[in-house]
Design a protein around this ligand. Structure first.
Ligand code: UDP
Length: 239
């Protein structure tokens, strides 16, 4: 089942269900795209037809934002829970280590993907990381060849919201990776380069406040939240 936020579909899945689905997608070989729509992406997709089509045709769309859950409850199309991209990524990596899936990390500033890989290897020693590359490259072709040669089962790409979905959708077939996931800044957090908001902020639904204080230059991006609320309360939900 899915819930549409201003015509952008989001799947009503729990973290556990999303992992079961991921496993199915890997088994079916793909290529599949997993996206993590949050209020910002839903607002951006209103005026970006390509992004909208990509989200609509993705194999799995995780509800990445507590405001999606709160709004869905107020409008009586309740989502079961928030599935944050980073939590999905960490659990997917855990699954990958158990099932010997091969993973590739693409994105972040130079050195970040490598650091994230080291940190993941520490947590999951049997994890098969078959390649890493930063997200500031000039020639797509070189990266595509590297990824293809590494033959991952799962590609995590953190190239910036919107950009990573377009990049992955454009090259999904040529890459031939069973499942590609857009993960935004998750590798920044896993590598230790950035901190996630402490639990208390998350529990009080004010993760945005923590980010505003720690990364004040993002204030413009945060206007997406009131825009999102305006959109969904005027356009409503379907599901
Ligand atoms: N990024 C990248 N290449 C670019 C632009 C951004 O690899 O050309 C990376 C950036 O280093 C960071 C991530 O994309 O790791 C940020 O993505 P986003 O802003 O979507 O993350 P959020 O913080 O919202 O999860």
């Amino acid at each position: 089942m899915q819930v549409d936020f201003a015509n952008i579909p989001v799947d009503n899945v729990t973290l556990k269900e999303s992992l079961d689905k991921l496993d199915e997608l890997i088994a079916s070989q793909g290529p599949h795209l997993v996206v993590t729509p949050n209020p910002e992406m839903i607002v951006a997709a209103q005026e970006d037809n390509l992004l909208k089509q990509i989200i609509k045709s993705a194999a799995l769309r995780l509800p990445d934002g507590i405001s999606l859950v709160v709004v869905s409850r107020i409008l009586r199309r309740p989502l079961k829970e928030r599935v944050a991209g980073i939590e999905f990524m960490l659990q997917a990596v855990r699954m990958a280590s158990l099932k010997h899936y091969r993973i590739y990390l693409l994105g972040g500033k130079p050195g970040i993907a490598q650091k994230a890989a080291e940190s993941l290897k520490n947590s999951f020693p049997s994890l098969l990381i078959v390649g890493v590359h930063d997200g500031y490259f000039e020639h797509d072709g070189t990266i595509i060849n590297q990824i293809k040669a590494a033959q991952p089962d799962l590609l995590f790409a953190g190239l910036g919201a919107g950009r990573q979905e377009k990049w992955l959708a454009k090259y999904l077939k040529v890459l031939g990776v069973p499942v590609c996931v857009g993960v935004g800044g998750s590798m920044d957090v896993i590598s230790g380069y950035k901190k996630r908001a402490p639990k208390i902020f998350r529990r009080l639904y004010i993760e945005w406040l923590y980010r505003l204080v720690t990364e004040p230059w993002r204030w413009k991006r945060q206007l997406a939240l009131p825009k999102f609320l305006w959109l969904v309360f005027t356009k409503g939900l379907k599901g």
